[in-house]
Structure formats: C-alpha cells, structure tokens
Write a protein that binds this ligand. Structure first.
Ligand code: TYD
Length: 200
C-alpha cells in the first residue's frame, strides 16, 4: 500500500499550506498523490463546519460522533481506495485532531485514539506543526476578517497544543512551525527524506 502522510497542528499553525505544498512537491516528483482534509468536503463535513460556528449548539459527545462518522466515510470512500490503488495520501488533519480538540473539550484523548484506530488506518508519518498560540492567533487574525472570542479561543488552543505535545508514537514527528513557511517546509522535506521517500 502507498503511504499515508498526515499534517496536524492547532488552527493557524500553517498545516494547510504545508500539506498543500507537500502534495505539490510529490506531484512534481512524479509520485501519484491525493490531498484530503478533515472535516471532509462531504455533506456531513459541511454540517460539522457549520455547527462549529454556532458555538455549543450540540453536546461534546454528539460532536465526537459527527467527527467519527465523517472520518469513517472518508476512510471508506477516499483514503483506502486511494492507498489501495497506489496513491500516496496527504491529509490536512486526521484522527489526532479528534483526540486533541475533543480532548481539550474534556473527553479522554486515549479513548478517542482507540475509537478511531478501530476503523482508520495508521499513518506512516505524522507531522505535528507546533507553533506558539500567540503566533497562531496572529496568523488567523491576519487571514480572517474577525477573530471571534479571541481570549476564550486562546485558552482552548493552549489545551489543544498541550494535547498535541503529549502525543507519543514512532511515526510522529514534531516540527517547529514558528519560522517562516519556506523554512518550515524545508524541515518537513528533510524529515520526509530521512523516512525513505519513494522514488517515482
Ligand atoms: P480546519 O480544517 O482547521 O478548519 P479551516 O479549514 O476552516 O481553517 O478544521 C476545522 C475545525 O475542526 C478546527 O478548529 C479543528 C476541528 N476538528 C476537531 O475538533 N476534531 C476533528 O476530528 C477534526 C478533523 C477537526
């Protein structure tokens, strides 16, 4: 099976840009690759995004169920078919987001990881893009018209970041996301090369 490579981090960490740059890099190297994001672009993924904007509209348990259902759909319809056909899959968020975000809302991160691993394939490589919460909020502020409830968000993102930093596993690699994007991307590529990047 082809590789599953995941980019994770708090909002404003740069993971979306980096995952897209990485996907472009693979294509330019002649490697068949797909870029996917979670929440997905399915109707359920759209619903999750809308619900996220209406704060506290659903319970934390319901929120967890929605993310799990969306990911189950993604695994069946996108991730496994791509991997089985030899296409490298690059993901912008995966089940570590589930563990770290819903974990920050009070659920047990380990239990969330276990629930996901029952149906979701283990990635070959996970880049955790780590940035200071202040820097992340600065970046969000620059790219979005308004940062709603900034202070509340700050506390929440601190918890999410702590959960990311507490993750352990041989396939996890922490990348300092504070420097400018080009330098962070160079660090990603160096780490990928060490992992034994396939040749086209
Ligand atoms: P993200 O893709 O970062 O949003 P956008 O592209 O709009 O910037 O993800 C949306 C939010 O969903 C983000 O705050 C993280 C959260 N999330 C969870 O809480 N649990 C999950 O399992 C996933 C995949 C995302």
């Amino acid at each position: 099976m082809a590789d599953l490579i995941v980019f994770e981090g708090i909002d404003g960490s740069g993971k979306t840009s980096l995952s897209r740059m990485f996907h472009d890099h693979l294509l330019a190297s002649g490697i068949a690759a797909a870029w996917l994001r979670e929440p997905t672009d399915s109707p359920l993924g759209d619903r999750i995004r809308r619900t996220a904007q209406e704060n506290d509209a659903i319970s934390i348990q319901e929120e967890l169920e929605l993310f799990l259902a969306d990911r189950r759909w993604d695994v069946e319809n996108n991730i496994l078919p791509a991997l089985c056909s030899g296409t490298t899959v690059v993901m912008d968020r995966y089940y570590y987001s589930n563990a770290c975000y819903q974990g920050a809302r009070g659920l047990d991160p380990e239990a969330i990881l276990r629930a996901n691993r029952e149906f979701a394939p283990e990635p070959d490589l996970v880049f955790i893009i780590d940035v200071d919460v202040e820097r992340a909020l600065e970046r969000i502020g620059r790219s979005r018209a308004a940062v709603a409830r900034l202070f509340e968000k700050k506390d929440f993102l601190r918890k999410v970041r702590a959960n990311y930093l507490a993750l352990r596993g041989p396939n996890l690699t922490l990348i300092d996301g504070n420097p400018d994007l080009e330098r962070v991307f160079a660090a990603v590529l160096r780490r990928y090369a060490r992992n034994g990047a396939p040749t086209a």
